[in-house]
Design a protein around this ligand. Structure first.
Ligand SMILES: Cc1cc2nc3c(=O)[nH]c(=O)nc-3n(C[C@H](O)[C@H](O)[C@H](O)COP(=O)(O)OP(=O)(O)OC[C@H]3O[C@@H](n4cnc5c(N)ncnc54)[C@H](O)[C@@H]3O)c2cc1C
Length: 379
Protein backbone atom coordinates (compact mmCIF):
# COMPACT_ATOMS: atom_id res chain seq x y z
CA UNK A 1 0.00 0.00 0.00
CA UNK A 2 1.50 3.32 -1.06
CA UNK A 3 -0.08 6.60 0.00
CA UNK A 4 2.47 8.79 -1.79
CA UNK A 5 1.17 10.74 -4.80
CA UNK A 6 3.27 10.22 -7.94
CA UNK A 7 5.42 13.05 -9.26
CA UNK A 8 2.88 13.53 -12.09
CA UNK A 9 0.10 13.86 -9.52
CA UNK A 10 2.08 16.48 -7.57
CA UNK A 11 2.56 18.44 -10.81
CA UNK A 12 -1.14 18.05 -11.67
CA UNK A 13 -2.18 19.38 -8.24
CA UNK A 14 0.20 22.33 -8.54
CA UNK A 15 -0.95 23.16 -12.06
CA UNK A 16 -4.67 23.12 -11.24
CA UNK A 17 -4.04 25.05 -8.01
CA UNK A 18 -2.12 27.76 -9.88
CA UNK A 19 -4.92 27.98 -12.47
CA UNK A 20 -7.60 28.27 -9.77
CA UNK A 21 -5.65 30.88 -7.80
CA UNK A 22 -4.85 33.01 -10.87
CA UNK A 23 -7.99 32.69 -13.00
CA UNK A 24 -10.73 32.03 -10.45
CA UNK A 25 -9.85 33.45 -7.00
CA UNK A 26 -10.07 37.15 -8.03
CA UNK A 27 -13.61 36.70 -9.45
CA UNK A 28 -15.25 34.28 -7.01
CA UNK A 29 -17.55 36.78 -5.29
CA UNK A 30 -18.40 38.68 -8.50
CA UNK A 31 -19.58 35.42 -10.18
CA UNK A 32 -21.44 34.39 -7.03
CA UNK A 33 -23.35 37.64 -6.72
CA UNK A 34 -24.19 37.84 -10.43
CA UNK A 35 -25.02 34.09 -10.61
CA UNK A 36 -22.70 34.11 -13.61
CA UNK A 37 -20.98 31.03 -14.99
CA UNK A 38 -17.72 32.18 -16.62
CA UNK A 39 -17.91 30.63 -20.09
CA UNK A 40 -14.69 32.53 -20.82
CA UNK A 41 -12.81 30.02 -18.63
CA UNK A 42 -13.73 27.05 -20.84
CA UNK A 43 -10.88 27.29 -23.40
CA UNK A 44 -8.28 27.51 -20.61
CA UNK A 45 -9.90 24.63 -18.75
CA UNK A 46 -9.96 22.58 -21.94
CA UNK A 47 -6.23 23.28 -22.48
CA UNK A 48 -5.54 21.84 -19.02
CA UNK A 49 -7.67 18.78 -19.79
CA UNK A 50 -10.23 19.72 -17.12
CA UNK A 51 -13.22 19.25 -19.43
CA UNK A 52 -12.26 15.71 -20.46
CA UNK A 53 -10.30 14.50 -17.47
CA UNK A 54 -10.90 10.77 -17.69
CA UNK A 55 -11.81 10.39 -21.35
CA UNK A 56 -9.82 8.69 -24.06
CA UNK A 57 -7.11 10.50 -25.92
CA UNK A 58 -8.67 9.52 -29.28
CA UNK A 59 -11.61 11.84 -28.50
CA UNK A 60 -9.28 14.59 -27.24
CA UNK A 61 -9.64 13.59 -23.58
CA UNK A 62 -6.81 13.86 -21.03
CA UNK A 63 -6.92 10.11 -20.27
CA UNK A 64 -6.31 10.64 -16.56
CA UNK A 65 -7.23 8.25 -13.74
CA UNK A 66 -10.10 8.56 -11.27
CA UNK A 67 -7.59 9.52 -8.56
CA UNK A 68 -6.26 12.30 -10.84
CA UNK A 69 -9.87 13.38 -11.39
CA UNK A 70 -10.28 13.77 -7.61
CA UNK A 71 -7.14 15.94 -7.45
CA UNK A 72 -8.50 18.25 -10.19
CA UNK A 73 -11.95 18.63 -8.61
CA UNK A 74 -10.45 19.15 -5.13
CA UNK A 75 -8.20 21.96 -6.31
CA UNK A 76 -11.04 23.77 -8.12
CA UNK A 77 -13.36 23.38 -5.12
CA UNK A 78 -10.71 24.71 -2.71
CA UNK A 79 -11.06 28.06 -4.48
CA UNK A 80 -14.61 28.05 -5.93
CA UNK A 81 -16.93 25.10 -5.21
CA UNK A 82 -19.48 26.39 -7.75
CA UNK A 83 -17.03 26.09 -10.64
CA UNK A 84 -15.94 22.68 -9.35
CA UNK A 85 -19.62 21.61 -9.33
CA UNK A 86 -20.01 22.59 -12.98
CA UNK A 87 -16.80 20.79 -13.97
CA UNK A 88 -17.86 17.69 -12.00
CA UNK A 89 -21.35 17.63 -13.58
CA UNK A 90 -19.91 18.16 -17.07
CA UNK A 91 -17.30 15.39 -16.69
CA UNK A 92 -18.97 13.02 -14.26
CA UNK A 93 -22.58 13.01 -15.50
CA UNK A 94 -23.22 14.00 -19.13
CA UNK A 95 -19.82 13.24 -20.68
CA UNK A 96 -19.28 10.12 -18.59
CA UNK A 97 -22.74 8.76 -19.55
CA UNK A 98 -21.95 9.21 -23.26
CA UNK A 99 -18.40 7.80 -22.91
CA UNK A 100 -19.60 4.74 -20.96
CA UNK A 101 -22.80 3.85 -22.79
CA UNK A 102 -22.60 5.64 -26.15
CA UNK A 103 -22.00 3.81 -29.43
CA UNK A 104 -18.97 4.70 -31.52
CA UNK A 105 -20.86 7.23 -33.67
CA UNK A 106 -22.21 9.04 -30.58
CA UNK A 107 -18.80 9.14 -28.92
CA UNK A 108 -17.12 10.40 -32.08
CA UNK A 109 -19.77 13.06 -32.54
CA UNK A 110 -20.12 14.40 -28.97
CA UNK A 111 -17.00 13.67 -26.92
CA UNK A 112 -14.60 15.91 -28.92
CA UNK A 113 -17.00 18.87 -28.58
CA UNK A 114 -17.50 18.27 -24.88
CA UNK A 115 -13.82 17.86 -23.97
CA UNK A 116 -12.86 20.96 -25.97
CA UNK A 117 -15.46 22.99 -24.12
CA UNK A 118 -17.37 23.81 -27.32
CA UNK A 119 -20.40 22.48 -25.45
CA UNK A 120 -21.01 22.14 -21.72
CA UNK A 121 -22.71 18.91 -20.72
CA UNK A 122 -26.05 18.72 -18.87
CA UNK A 123 -27.68 15.59 -17.46
CA UNK A 124 -31.38 15.37 -16.71
CA UNK A 125 -32.70 12.80 -14.29
CA UNK A 126 -34.50 14.79 -11.57
CA UNK A 127 -38.07 16.07 -11.98
CA UNK A 128 -40.31 18.19 -9.78
CA UNK A 129 -42.06 15.13 -8.37
CA UNK A 130 -39.22 12.63 -8.83
CA UNK A 131 -36.04 13.45 -6.88
CA UNK A 132 -34.67 10.68 -4.66
CA UNK A 133 -37.30 8.44 -6.24
CA UNK A 134 -36.01 9.16 -9.74
CA UNK A 135 -37.73 6.14 -11.28
CA UNK A 136 -41.07 7.89 -10.64
CA UNK A 137 -40.26 10.30 -13.49
CA UNK A 138 -43.09 11.46 -15.75
CA UNK A 139 -41.14 12.63 -18.80
CA UNK A 140 -41.93 10.32 -21.68
CA UNK A 141 -40.40 9.48 -25.04
CA UNK A 142 -42.85 7.92 -27.50
CA UNK A 143 -41.93 6.42 -30.83
CA UNK A 144 -43.69 8.20 -33.70
CA UNK A 145 -42.58 7.06 -37.14
CA UNK A 146 -38.88 7.76 -37.55
CA UNK A 147 -38.56 9.78 -34.34
CA UNK A 148 -38.74 9.65 -30.56
CA UNK A 149 -40.95 12.45 -29.25
CA UNK A 150 -40.02 13.70 -25.76
CA UNK A 151 -42.52 15.44 -23.47
CA UNK A 152 -42.03 16.53 -19.85
CA UNK A 153 -39.78 18.69 -17.69
CA UNK A 154 -36.55 18.17 -15.79
CA UNK A 155 -35.85 20.07 -12.57
CA UNK A 156 -32.62 21.45 -11.03
CA UNK A 157 -30.44 20.69 -14.05
CA UNK A 158 -26.84 21.86 -13.86
CA UNK A 159 -26.25 23.74 -17.16
CA UNK A 160 -29.96 23.43 -17.99
CA UNK A 161 -29.85 26.89 -19.58
CA UNK A 162 -26.24 27.02 -20.85
CA UNK A 163 -25.52 23.38 -21.70
CA UNK A 164 -24.84 22.58 -25.36
CA UNK A 165 -25.49 18.84 -25.07
CA UNK A 166 -27.92 17.17 -22.68
CA UNK A 167 -28.49 13.56 -21.74
CA UNK A 168 -32.12 13.20 -20.71
CA UNK A 169 -33.84 10.22 -19.12
CA UNK A 170 -37.44 9.47 -20.18
CA UNK A 171 -40.00 6.69 -19.83
CA UNK A 172 -40.31 4.66 -23.02
CA UNK A 173 -42.43 1.84 -21.56
CA UNK A 174 -44.38 2.64 -18.38
CA UNK A 175 -45.44 -1.01 -17.91
CA UNK A 176 -41.81 -2.02 -17.26
CA UNK A 177 -41.31 0.48 -14.37
CA UNK A 178 -37.57 1.26 -13.92
CA UNK A 179 -36.73 -1.12 -16.78
CA UNK A 180 -38.79 1.07 -19.11
CA UNK A 181 -36.59 4.18 -18.85
CA UNK A 182 -34.28 5.20 -21.70
CA UNK A 183 -31.70 7.93 -22.27
CA UNK A 184 -31.45 10.36 -25.19
CA UNK A 185 -28.84 12.87 -26.28
CA UNK A 186 -30.50 16.18 -27.11
CA UNK A 187 -28.59 19.16 -28.49
CA UNK A 188 -29.23 22.71 -27.38
CA UNK A 189 -31.43 24.41 -29.95
CA UNK A 190 -33.41 21.29 -30.85
CA UNK A 191 -37.00 22.34 -31.55
CA UNK A 192 -39.30 21.54 -28.63
CA UNK A 193 -36.58 21.81 -25.96
CA UNK A 194 -36.14 24.99 -23.93
CA UNK A 195 -34.71 26.17 -20.64
CA UNK A 196 -37.34 26.99 -18.01
CA UNK A 197 -36.88 28.72 -14.67
CA UNK A 198 -33.31 29.49 -13.63
CA UNK A 199 -33.00 28.78 -9.90
CA UNK A 200 -31.95 31.59 -7.53
CA UNK A 201 -29.85 29.56 -5.12
CA UNK A 202 -28.47 29.69 -1.57
CA UNK A 203 -25.02 28.63 -2.77
CA UNK A 204 -23.14 27.29 -5.80
CA UNK A 205 -24.56 30.37 -7.46
CA UNK A 206 -22.05 30.61 -10.32
CA UNK A 207 -23.13 27.15 -11.48
CA UNK A 208 -26.25 27.39 -13.65
CA UNK A 209 -29.19 25.35 -12.32
CA UNK A 210 -32.31 25.50 -14.48
CA UNK A 211 -35.46 23.66 -15.41
CA UNK A 212 -35.51 22.11 -18.90
CA UNK A 213 -38.85 21.72 -20.66
CA UNK A 214 -39.63 19.29 -23.51
CA UNK A 215 -42.71 19.85 -25.66
CA UNK A 216 -42.99 17.50 -28.60
CA UNK A 217 -39.21 17.48 -28.90
CA UNK A 218 -38.37 15.12 -31.78
CA UNK A 219 -35.06 13.27 -31.87
CA UNK A 220 -33.94 10.56 -34.32
CA UNK A 221 -33.43 6.98 -33.04
CA UNK A 222 -29.65 7.46 -33.36
CA UNK A 223 -29.89 9.80 -30.34
CA UNK A 224 -30.96 7.00 -27.99
CA UNK A 225 -28.04 6.48 -25.59
CA UNK A 226 -27.54 2.87 -24.49
CA UNK A 227 -30.18 0.21 -24.93
CA UNK A 228 -33.92 0.91 -24.82
CA UNK A 229 -35.09 0.46 -21.21
CA UNK A 230 -31.58 0.29 -19.69
CA UNK A 231 -31.08 3.93 -18.75
CA UNK A 232 -32.10 3.68 -15.11
CA UNK A 233 -29.63 0.87 -14.50
CA UNK A 234 -26.95 2.77 -16.44
CA UNK A 235 -27.74 5.87 -14.42
CA UNK A 236 -26.93 4.06 -11.17
CA UNK A 237 -23.49 3.24 -12.59
CA UNK A 238 -22.96 6.85 -13.72
CA UNK A 239 -23.92 8.02 -10.22
CA UNK A 240 -21.56 5.54 -8.50
CA UNK A 241 -18.67 7.27 -10.26
CA UNK A 242 -20.22 10.75 -10.10
CA UNK A 243 -20.37 10.51 -6.30
CA UNK A 244 -16.60 10.15 -6.14
CA UNK A 245 -16.46 13.56 -7.82
CA UNK A 246 -18.84 15.08 -5.26
CA UNK A 247 -16.78 13.54 -2.45
CA UNK A 248 -13.64 15.14 -3.96
CA UNK A 249 -15.52 18.43 -4.23
CA UNK A 250 -16.36 18.18 -0.52
CA UNK A 251 -12.71 17.44 0.38
CA UNK A 252 -11.55 20.46 -1.64
CA UNK A 253 -14.21 22.78 -0.17
CA UNK A 254 -13.36 21.63 3.36
CA UNK A 255 -9.65 22.15 2.65
CA UNK A 256 -10.32 25.71 1.45
CA UNK A 257 -12.47 26.50 4.49
CA UNK A 258 -9.92 24.97 6.88
CA UNK A 259 -7.05 26.97 5.35
CA UNK A 260 -9.08 30.19 5.59
CA UNK A 261 -9.92 29.45 9.26
CA UNK A 262 -6.31 28.58 10.15
CA UNK A 263 -4.96 31.77 8.54
CA UNK A 264 -7.57 33.91 10.28
CA UNK A 265 -6.96 32.25 13.66
CA UNK A 266 -3.26 33.12 13.46
CA UNK A 267 -3.95 36.72 12.53
CA UNK A 268 -6.96 37.70 14.68
CA UNK A 269 -6.03 38.85 18.20
CA UNK A 270 -8.32 38.92 21.23
CA UNK A 271 -7.38 39.10 24.92
CA UNK A 272 -3.89 40.15 23.81
CA UNK A 273 -3.10 37.04 21.79
CA UNK A 274 -3.95 35.34 18.47
CA UNK A 275 -7.18 33.37 18.82
CA UNK A 276 -5.15 30.34 17.57
CA UNK A 277 -3.61 30.29 21.07
CA UNK A 278 -6.98 29.28 22.58
CA UNK A 279 -7.50 25.54 22.96
CA UNK A 280 -11.15 25.83 21.81
CA UNK A 281 -9.94 27.13 18.43
CA UNK A 282 -7.05 24.64 18.23
CA UNK A 283 -9.44 21.72 18.70
CA UNK A 284 -11.67 22.92 15.88
CA UNK A 285 -8.63 23.11 13.58
CA UNK A 286 -7.34 19.71 14.73
CA UNK A 287 -10.75 18.09 14.15
CA UNK A 288 -11.05 19.70 10.71
CA UNK A 289 -7.57 18.60 9.57
CA UNK A 290 -8.17 15.03 10.82
CA UNK A 291 -11.63 14.69 9.29
CA UNK A 292 -10.45 16.10 5.94
CA UNK A 293 -7.63 13.54 5.79
CA UNK A 294 -10.09 10.72 6.56
CA UNK A 295 -12.51 12.01 3.88
CA UNK A 296 -9.67 12.28 1.36
CA UNK A 297 -8.56 8.69 2.02
CA UNK A 298 -12.12 7.34 1.63
CA UNK A 299 -12.47 9.32 -1.61
CA UNK A 300 -9.17 8.16 -3.09
CA UNK A 301 -9.97 4.58 -2.12
CA UNK A 302 -13.24 4.68 -4.05
CA UNK A 303 -11.37 6.26 -6.99
CA UNK A 304 -8.64 3.61 -6.78
CA UNK A 305 -11.28 0.86 -6.96
CA UNK A 306 -12.81 2.56 -10.00
CA UNK A 307 -9.39 2.71 -11.66
CA UNK A 308 -8.99 -1.03 -11.06
CA UNK A 309 -12.35 -1.64 -12.71
CA UNK A 310 -13.88 -2.94 -9.45
CA UNK A 311 -17.43 -2.24 -8.34
CA UNK A 312 -17.44 0.60 -5.80
CA UNK A 313 -21.12 1.35 -5.11
CA UNK A 314 -20.62 1.04 -1.34
CA UNK A 315 -17.25 2.83 -1.25
CA UNK A 316 -18.36 5.79 -3.39
CA UNK A 317 -21.51 6.23 -1.28
CA UNK A 318 -19.41 6.07 1.92
CA UNK A 319 -16.94 8.61 0.52
CA UNK A 320 -19.72 10.98 -0.60
CA UNK A 321 -21.59 10.68 2.70
CA UNK A 322 -18.56 11.15 4.94
CA UNK A 323 -16.84 13.83 2.88
CA UNK A 324 -19.98 15.95 2.43
CA UNK A 325 -20.94 15.78 6.10
CA UNK A 326 -17.33 16.56 7.08
CA UNK A 327 -17.35 19.57 4.76
CA UNK A 328 -20.57 20.86 6.36
CA UNK A 329 -18.93 20.70 9.83
CA UNK A 330 -15.68 22.28 8.65
CA UNK A 331 -17.48 25.13 6.85
CA UNK A 332 -19.58 25.73 9.98
CA UNK A 333 -16.45 25.88 12.20
CA UNK A 334 -14.78 28.15 9.64
CA UNK A 335 -17.59 30.71 10.14
CA UNK A 336 -17.40 30.24 13.93
CA UNK A 337 -13.64 30.86 14.00
CA UNK A 338 -14.17 34.05 11.97
CA UNK A 339 -16.78 35.30 14.49
CA UNK A 340 -18.78 38.22 13.05
CA UNK A 341 -16.39 38.41 10.11
CA UNK A 342 -17.55 34.93 9.12
CA UNK A 343 -21.01 36.35 8.58
CA UNK A 344 -20.06 39.02 6.05
CA UNK A 345 -18.99 38.82 2.44
CA UNK A 346 -15.52 40.36 2.90
CA UNK A 347 -14.17 36.96 3.95
CA UNK A 348 -14.56 33.61 2.14
CA UNK A 349 -16.12 31.82 5.15
CA UNK A 350 -19.76 32.74 4.42
CA UNK A 351 -19.54 31.48 0.83
CA UNK A 352 -18.11 28.10 1.82
CA UNK A 353 -20.94 27.89 4.39
CA UNK A 354 -23.58 28.56 1.71
CA UNK A 355 -22.03 26.39 -0.99
CA UNK A 356 -21.41 23.35 1.18
CA UNK A 357 -25.03 22.42 1.85
CA UNK A 358 -25.57 21.28 -1.74
CA UNK A 359 -23.09 18.46 -1.15
CA UNK A 360 -25.35 16.56 1.25
CA UNK A 361 -28.21 16.90 -1.28
CA UNK A 362 -27.00 16.65 -4.91
CA UNK A 363 -26.28 13.28 -6.60
CA UNK A 364 -28.20 11.57 -3.81
CA UNK A 365 -28.92 13.02 -0.36
CA UNK A 366 -27.13 11.80 2.77
CA UNK A 367 -30.24 9.74 3.60
CA UNK A 368 -30.04 8.06 0.19
CA UNK A 369 -26.29 7.38 0.61
CA UNK A 370 -27.05 5.63 3.93
CA UNK A 371 -29.79 3.65 2.19
CA UNK A 372 -27.35 2.60 -0.58
CA UNK A 373 -24.67 1.64 1.97
CA UNK A 374 -27.12 -0.32 4.16
CA UNK A 375 -28.48 -2.16 1.11
CA UNK A 376 -24.91 -3.22 0.23
CA UNK A 377 -24.22 -4.30 3.82
CA UNK A 378 -27.38 -6.37 4.11
CA UNK A 379 -27.48 -8.05 0.72
C1 LIG B 1 -27.72 22.89 -7.28
C2 LIG B 1 -28.33 21.60 -7.72
C3 LIG B 1 -27.85 20.98 -8.86
C4 LIG B 1 -28.44 19.78 -9.31
N1 LIG B 1 -28.03 19.24 -10.50
C5 LIG B 1 -28.70 18.18 -11.01
C6 LIG B 1 -28.42 17.70 -12.33
O1 LIG B 1 -27.52 18.21 -13.02
N2 LIG B 1 -29.16 16.68 -12.82
C7 LIG B 1 -30.16 16.10 -12.11
O2 LIG B 1 -30.79 15.17 -12.62
N3 LIG B 1 -30.46 16.52 -10.84
C8 LIG B 1 -29.76 17.55 -10.30
N4 LIG B 1 -30.09 18.02 -9.03
C9 LIG B 1 -31.15 17.38 -8.28
C10 LIG B 1 -30.67 16.60 -7.06
O3 LIG B 1 -29.99 15.44 -7.45
C11 LIG B 1 -31.91 16.33 -6.18
O4 LIG B 1 -32.26 17.59 -5.60
C12 LIG B 1 -31.66 15.30 -5.11
O5 LIG B 1 -31.49 14.04 -5.69
C13 LIG B 1 -32.81 15.23 -4.08
O6 LIG B 1 -34.05 15.19 -4.70
P1 LIG B 1 -35.20 16.22 -4.20
O7 LIG B 1 -34.59 17.56 -4.21
O8 LIG B 1 -36.41 16.00 -5.02
O9 LIG B 1 -35.47 15.81 -2.70
P2 LIG B 1 -36.50 14.66 -2.20
O10 LIG B 1 -36.22 13.38 -2.88
O11 LIG B 1 -37.87 15.19 -2.23
O12 LIG B 1 -36.04 14.51 -0.69
C14 LIG B 1 -36.50 15.37 0.37
C15 LIG B 1 -35.98 14.79 1.69
O13 LIG B 1 -36.56 13.46 1.89
C16 LIG B 1 -35.51 12.53 2.08
N5 LIG B 1 -35.87 11.23 1.51
C17 LIG B 1 -36.37 10.97 0.28
N6 LIG B 1 -36.52 9.64 0.10
C18 LIG B 1 -36.09 9.04 1.25
C19 LIG B 1 -35.99 7.69 1.70
N7 LIG B 1 -36.32 6.66 0.91
N8 LIG B 1 -35.50 7.46 2.94
C20 LIG B 1 -35.13 8.50 3.73
N9 LIG B 1 -35.22 9.81 3.38
C21 LIG B 1 -35.68 10.07 2.15
C22 LIG B 1 -34.31 13.13 1.37
O14 LIG B 1 -33.08 12.58 1.82
C23 LIG B 1 -34.46 14.60 1.70
O15 LIG B 1 -33.95 14.85 2.99
C24 LIG B 1 -29.48 19.19 -8.56
C25 LIG B 1 -29.94 19.81 -7.39
C26 LIG B 1 -29.40 21.00 -6.98
C27 LIG B 1 -29.96 21.66 -5.75
Amino acid sequence: MDFTPSEEQEILRRTVREFAEAEMRPHVMEWDEAQHFPMELLPKMADLGLLGIQFEDKYGGAGMSAVDYCICIEELARVDPAIALSVAAHNGLCTSHIATFGDEAQKARYLPRLVKGEALGAWGLTEASAGSDAAAMRTTAARQGECWVINGAKQFITHGAIGGVMVVMAVTDRSKAHRGISAFIVEHGTAGMRAGKKENKLGMRASDTSEVVFQDCRVPPAQMLGEDGQAFINTLQVLDAGRIGIAALAVGLAQGAYEAARAYAKERRQFGQPIAAFQAIQWKLANAATDIEAARLLTYRAAYLKDRGDRMTRESAMAKLYASETAVRVADDCVQIHGGYGFVKDYPAEKYFRDVKLLTIGEGTSEIQRLVIARQLLQ
